[in-house]
Structures are given as structure tokens and as C-alpha cells.
Design a protein around this ligand. Structure first.
Ligand SMILES: *Cc1c(COP(=O)(O)O)cnc(C)c1O
Length: 360
């Protein structure tokens, strides 16, 4: 068996020890003679898995009992609507900071359900920087302030948490959650689709401050109401049991690695060396403002886009896969989530240098 270095933006690489564990567990999970996919979500063994996953996530992120942790379906995209439906009335205004494709999608969806004020936008730089916080034009008494800490497509990341004051701060952390420690107490609500840093696709984590559960507008479908999931332990209906189990294995693995301080140190090192290699070359460039460069998604373009196809073909042959940039940006993108090892980044840098040399 040979594994490639997988730089996919999502669904993305999973830690190998987690894959091994899943493979071992599948035919006969905990001596049950069944796989975890074949047992009731209300059975004792599965409830234990679900509770341990939540407890481990709380440990990793230091989540206090003031917050509920929910395991939902519908991806981050459903959260674009659920945040508005649960936190704002139809006539309320929510503030959005637009820093790229995902925040733009989030605010468009929210605008179907409440008033939206674009408090700041980096569209003028092609979404390559973060508008300074003191220039944001925020609404007095906004229902919440939404931002996207890491724009997965543009590779733009906030390296600070905005100061929202008394306004609940809402964050789409899909592609940065668990990449480093974060002070959850600064947030009203955090959501993240699983398929970047948490586990397989199909489950979405929501961390919501308990007082905000009371804000849902009347008449919402039960399955769009946070409070229903908070009261049922996310078992309002059948949850995606396999994805929940696999996410639990990832949380357990991250704790074994020493928690998020250790994870962050590796991630920072990986990102720094890749950006340093890009900046040192005359062949590759990254368009993002230096203070807003993502640790997780590193877009880069070749001096001659006519060589993109050749670069990707040779990379593939060298076992470096999924480097093609998003169709809206072009060029390349290396997603270097938690499960992408430092060795993978080293191999990529070496390949890039060799390719550059072969073209001169
Ligand atoms: C991947 C991604 C999404 C979309 O997630 P889905 O699970 O496909 O709905 C939303 N926001 C960000 C920041 C993402 O990286």
C-alpha cells in the first residue's frame, strides 16, 4: 500500500493512525460483531462514543459549560442560513465582514432571512487582505457580527480575533478549527464543516453560547433549530454516526499529539517554510498580504501559467496530489491541514524547487 501526499482542500487528508484504527474497527467494533455503522445511535456503546467525542473537543478547545456543542448535518453551508434564522429576527441586521468567496456566500444566504450590512470588504484587493478593524462600519445593535477566520479559497486568514464588544461574534471556522488554540469565550457561535480538519464529510460542529439558544425566531422547522439539538444531545433525529465516530478518533489523536499548542507549532512551521520557499523564488508567487496569509491553504501561481498543466502532471507523478487551485482563482493551492505532515510540505518544497530549475 502506498499513500500519496494529499493537498486536497476538502474533503481532505485524515491522520494515518485514525485510518488504521477505522480499518481495524470496521468488521468487529468493540467485540460487537458489527461495525460502528451498523449499531443504533441510541445504543449505550454509541452514546459513549458520542459523549467522548464531545468531551475531547471541549478539552481541545477549552469550551466551558456556558456553551453547547452540537453535531449537525448540512455542512457549513446550512449554517449560513441557520445562524441568521436562530440569532436574528427578519427585521434585524447582521454585520458581515467580506474577505473572500466563503464569507460572500455566507452573507448572501443570510440576506434571504434577515438584513445584512457588509461592515467591511476586501473586494478592492481581490480579497487579498483583511480590512483593518478600525475601518469596519458596524451596525449599532447588530444581531451578530459574522466573519470567516480562514478563507479556504483565497488563502486569507485572520491572525487575530475581532473585538465584537457586546455583539455576539459568529465565525465560520470550517478550514481553521483545531489548527491552533482559540479563546472560545470571545465567540457567540462557531461553526465548522468537518471535512477539512475534523473528520470525514457529513457532520458539522456548532459551538454556541447557551443564552443565544433562546433567540430562534418562532416557527422554525425543528431540524433548523439549535435549541432542539442542544436539548437532545444532537440526537433529534439519526445523526451521521460514522462521521461522528471518526471525528472522535481525530479529537483523541490530537489530544495524544499534545493538544492544540503542539498542533499549532507544527502548522506554523509548515506554513512558514512553504511561504519562505515561494518568496525566495522568482518563479512562484503568493498574492496575499503577508499578515493575512493562511496557515492552512496556500495558493501560489507560476510565473508562466502555460506551465500549470505540466507542473500538476509532474507533481502527481511524484505522489503530490490535489494541488490545482480553485477554479475561481487558478494557479495552485496547497492545503496543509493538520493531517498533512511536515514531510509532505518538505516534499512539496523540494518538488517546486526542482521544477523551477528544470524550466530555467
Ligand atoms: C468548505 C467550506 C465551506 C463549505 O462547507 P460545506 O460543508 O460544503 O457546506 C464553508 N466555509 C468554509 C470556510 C469552507 O472552507
Amino acid at each position: 500500500m502506498s499513500r500519496v501526499f494529499n493537498f486536497s482542500a476538502g474533503p481532505a487528508a485524515l491522520p494515518e493512525p485514525v485510518l488504521d484504527r477505522i480499518r481495524n474497527d470496521i468488521p468487529d467494533w468493540q467485540g460487537s460483531g458489527m461495525s460502528v455503522m451498523e449499531v443504533s445511535h441510541r445504543s449505550k456503546p454509541f452514546i459513549a462514543v458520542a459523549e467522548k467525542a464531545e468531551a475531547d473537543l471541549r478539552k481541545l478547545l477549552g469550551i466551558s459549560s456556558d456553551y453547547s456543542v452540537l453535531f449537525l448535518q448540512g455542512g457549513a453551508t446550512l449554517q449560513f442560513a441557520m445562524t441568521a434564522l436562530n440569532l436574528a429576527g427578519p427585521g434585524d441586521t447582521a454585520d458581515y465582514v467580506q474577505t473572500g468567496s466563503w464569507s460572500k456566500k455566507a452573507l448572501k444566504e443570510a440576506a434571504l432571512h434577515c438584513k445584512v450590512n457588509v461592515a467591511a470588504s476586501s473586494e478592492d484587493s481581490g480579497h487579498c487582505h483583511i480590512p483593518p478593524e478600525d475601518e469596519w462600519r458596524r451596525t449599532k445593535d447588530a444581531a451578530y457580527l459574522h466573519y470567516t477566520p480562514n478563507e479556504t479559497i483565497g488563502g486569507v486568514e485572520f491572525h487575530f480575533v475581532p473585538n465584537a464588544g457586546d455583539t455576539p461574534l459568529v465565525a465560520d471556522m470550517s478550514s481553521t478549527i483545531l489548527s491552533r488554540p482559540v479563546d472560545v469565550s470571545k465567540f457567540g457561535l462557531i461553526y465548522a464543516g468537518a471535512q477539512k480538519n475534523i473528520g470525514p464529510a457529513g457532520i458539522t460542529v456548532v459551538i454556541v453560547r447557551n443564552d443565544l439558544l433562546e433567540r430562534a425566531r418562532p416557527g422554525l422547522p425543528t431540524l433548523l433549530t439549535y435549541k432542539a439539538f442542544a436539548e437532545s444531545g444532537s440526537m433529534t433525529n439519526t445523526p451521521p454516526t460514522f462521521a461522528w465516530y471518526a471525528a472522535g478518533l481525530v479529537f483523541d489523536y490530537l489530544l495524544e499529539q499534545g493538544g492544540l499548542e503542539s498542533v499549532a507549532a507544527v502548522n506554523e512551521r509548515k506554513a512558514k517554510k512553504l511561504y519562505a520557499a515561494i518568496d525566495a523564488s522568482g518563479f512562484y508567487t503568493n498574492p496575499v498580504a503577508v499578515d493575512a496569509r493562511s496557515w492552512m491553504n496556500v495558493p501560489f501561481i507560476l510565473a508562466d501559467s502555460g506551465l500549470d498543466g505540466e507542473f500538476l502532471a509532474q507533481a502527481d507523478a511524484a505522489g503530490l496530489t490535489n494541488l490545482k487551485g480553485h477554479r475561481s482563482v487558478g494557479g495552485m493551492r496547497a492545503s496543509i491541514y493538520n493531517a498533512v505532515s511536515e514531510a509532505a510540505v518538505d516534499a512539496l518544497i523540494q518538488f517546486m524547487q526542482d521544477f523551477e530549475k528544470s524550466q530555467s
